[in-house]
Ligand binder design. Sequence first.
Ligand code: M6R
Length: 605
Amino acid sequence: MCGIVGYIGNKEKKNLIISGLKELEYRGYDSSGLAVMDKNSKDINHFKAVGKLSNLEEKTKNFNSYGFGVAIGHTRWATHGKPTEINAHPHIGKYSFVTHNGIIENYKEIKQILEKKGVKFISQTDTEVIVHLFENFYEDTKDVFKAFEATISNLVGSFAILLITKKAPDKIFFAKNSVPLIVAKSSSGEIIFSSSDAPIIGLADDGVYLDDMTYGVASFNEINFFQNAKTINPAIKNLPKDKNYAQKEGFRFFMEKEIYEQSTIITETLMGRVKENEIYFEELDDDVFKNIDEIIMCACGTSYHAALAASYLFERISKIRAKVEIASEFRYKNSFLNKNSLFIVISQSGETADTLEALKIAKNAGLKTLAICNVDNSSIVRLAKNVILTRAGIEKGVASTKAFATQVLTLWMVVLKLAKYKKVISNNELENEIKALLNIPKAVSIKDGLQDKIYRISKHYLYGHGFFFIGRDIFYPLALEGALKLKEISYLHAEGYASGEMKHGPIALVDERLFTIALLPKTTLYDKTKSNVEEIVARDGFVLAISPDEFDLADDFIKISTHDHPMCEFFEMMVILQIFALEISIRLGNDVDMPRNLAKSVTVE
Ligand code: M6R
């Protein structure tokens, strides 16, 4: 999704803005731009480029901005209008420039009113109305702040906005609703804005994560915050200090590095949470389970698959009804909500618009809420009553890997905690579960020769007419996730199916150019799944079987270790599916970390 950076101070501004935007690249974007204003001359230089930030760097290579001034920059992920230079931010008025993340829902109405007053629009974006509306109010009031305040109060939708104007050449006006915006002041008084903390690390030690409907104005060494026309003093929080996460550490892609670090990451997710055969969540009050007779999980994409896997565990181990909702569907479903349900949202970024809205609905309906999230201080974390952080560290690859692993692991721990709370698990069973939990760092560590083997077989899968990933029970959501991973980064058509569903329609597609990736765990319904795979083999389908047991009928076979717990098989297969998608994508020459059309953080619905 779009990224925003802003700066007030003496540093060279072009480089600072571009390097800040680079930290936000992982969010996904298709064009970028920046504007720099010199306080004394009031000149505003602006540049825009389609495609990668290197194109913006090329366009600005002869431009420098030393001395005091203000600057704003933006990476755009197109929502209204194509990714063109005209549609890229900043958007321009007669004397003001604006960058915006989010969607202005009432932009058409505003545009019509302004057009009637003679304002000319040049872009197809919703954002452009902001700058013209601001200038329109300024012409009426001749008061810059009042004009900005009036502008914000007329906007409906989601926004993080930075606006600069020649009418106040040392200031940045800002506003935030539903999409993230952070502002920080350095020890020497510089002001830095950003959509996430990464660009600010190293420039300031702490900052303000703005709450919804906060707006204000910043100048050197001073930030004034407002809500509903009243001054507020928001809480200042420490920013993280470590910037080294951004390194690929010798791997070709962030996704590859993130697959390899899962063993360490999972150890961190477990740390302090498994003690003397019990699950502890320091952050969780046991009250969260009081009178609960149903679990509703709600999420999007990969996080939805984690929820789906957990639903089997909740029902089986915690003996509780567990429903899973796709957040974008849940939002408009007017679900009948029961106050005895625990509403769990799962999100890597904590900023996914649909999941955030679903959480608001559940909260307003009086349900207890729990967020399983990877990003502290994110919008979802701040809104949920209870939070468990997954501790996956920053995930840069757009295709989620380690975040999924930690989500499933965390949900599994919640399942065990609830089972214990409800006294529906014996000490022996809990001991076995915990033994399996502690075995997961080993299950996800990549065995010698595995990646090489997958690299070699991956060449068989480049030119078919599609993929089915199939599995049963918890291996069905894993099949869905395997298919999603592959399609995200290879652009090949892949679907996940419950093995038993194949004969209800999809088997019609099977021929020698249809690839089936069969998940054949030994612990769970092995014979049933095997029969489903045999039905595919009988129709000359091309099969890759993943199992601890040799499977002679398969065209390709990847052996996993023998485990006595399904979750150990689940995690070992998960890694294989991730590497399988990675190797196919690399062979196809795709941008593994920033696949086309995708954004890391989906902050619009
Ligand atoms: O940040 P979230 O977990 O809320 O994101 C949800 C989905 O957008 C995300 O999982 C998406 O499907 C990933 N690209 C999957 O790799």
